[in-house]
Design a protein around this ligand. Structure first.
Ligand SMILES: [Mg+2]
Ligand SMILES: [Zn+2]
Length: 238
């Protein structure tokens, strides 16, 4: 689906970026007695794909629909994110959520905060009794490593010459940022950008993102030094 609007395409990761916790990681950690940690470390080392990682994590746990729903409902989002959503609406920017997590909890959390209008693309979840069966509707179109490759969605959603802003916090965002014009990064994604010498805006929460957007709106993307300047301003503020 092509988002409506003429301005920028703003792509945002879900787990740990919109939500305070990495909801997926916390879910599997809590319900597997932390057995999932070993699987995740294999993925982080590049030994298994994120698709395999999610499949193996799902195999580890048993959970009812109600338990998973309650777990999702207990999760909180960054309190500044709704203001960022308003900013995107005001500026007619197309905001889309890209996640390598599962639709079931994303939907519940977005509904909890009345944000269900934001389109999102993720892996999907099917319940088989108390077992979770992840499904990967976009896998074939991706890089072969990600369950839901964000780079595929970026390329698919982007209109000709449209500038793309990418906001994320982790390794599942790596594929997408090579194609993005502006990157907002924290945590593992920030370390990755540092290591690969990729320019980015650092952020702690959406208050920082809003700050950069409002200060740099007109020249965003035109002058690289502006990006550095904004980064410095934030560094000073923090
Ligand atoms: Mg994340
Ligand atoms: Zn990928």
């Amino acid at each position: 689906m092509q988002p409506k609007g003429n301005n920028k395409l703003v792509l945002v990761d879900f787990d740990g970026t919109i939500t305070k916790n990495d909801v997926g990681a916390l879910l599997f950690d809590s319900f597997s007695g932390e057995k999932s940690k070993k699987i995740v470390s294999e993925w982080l080392k590049g030994k298994i794909s994120s698709k395999e990682c999610l499949q193996k994590e799902c195999e580890l746990i048993e959970i009812t629909k109600t338990q998973l729903k309650n777990f999702a409902l207990s999760q909180k989002i960054d309190e500044h994110f709704p203001h960022f959503v308003d900013l995107c609406k005001r500026e007619k920017m197309n905001l889309v959520i890209l996640s390598d997590g599962l639709d079931y909890y994303i939907e519940i959390i977005l509904q909890k905060y009345h944000l269900e209008d934001i389109p999102f693309y993720s892996n999907t979840l099917r319940f088989a009794g108390k077992k979770l069966v992840p499904e990967f509707p976009y896998f074939e179109r991706g890089c072969g490593n990600c369950g839901n490759c964000k780079k595929y969605h970026l390329k698919n959603l982007r209109r000709p010459k449209q500038k793309v802003v990418y906001i994320g916090d982790g390794f599942s965002d790596k594929c997408a940022i090579s194609e993005a014009d502006f990157i907002f990064a924290k945590n593992d994604l920030k370390s990755f950008c540092e290591k690969e010498r990729i320019s980015y805006f650092k952020f702690k929460d959406f208050r920082d993102v809003i700050l950069v957007f409002s200060r740099e709106m007109e020249t965003f993307g035109l002058i690289k030094s502006k990006i550095q300047k904004a980064k410095c301003k934030i560094a000073i503020r923090n």
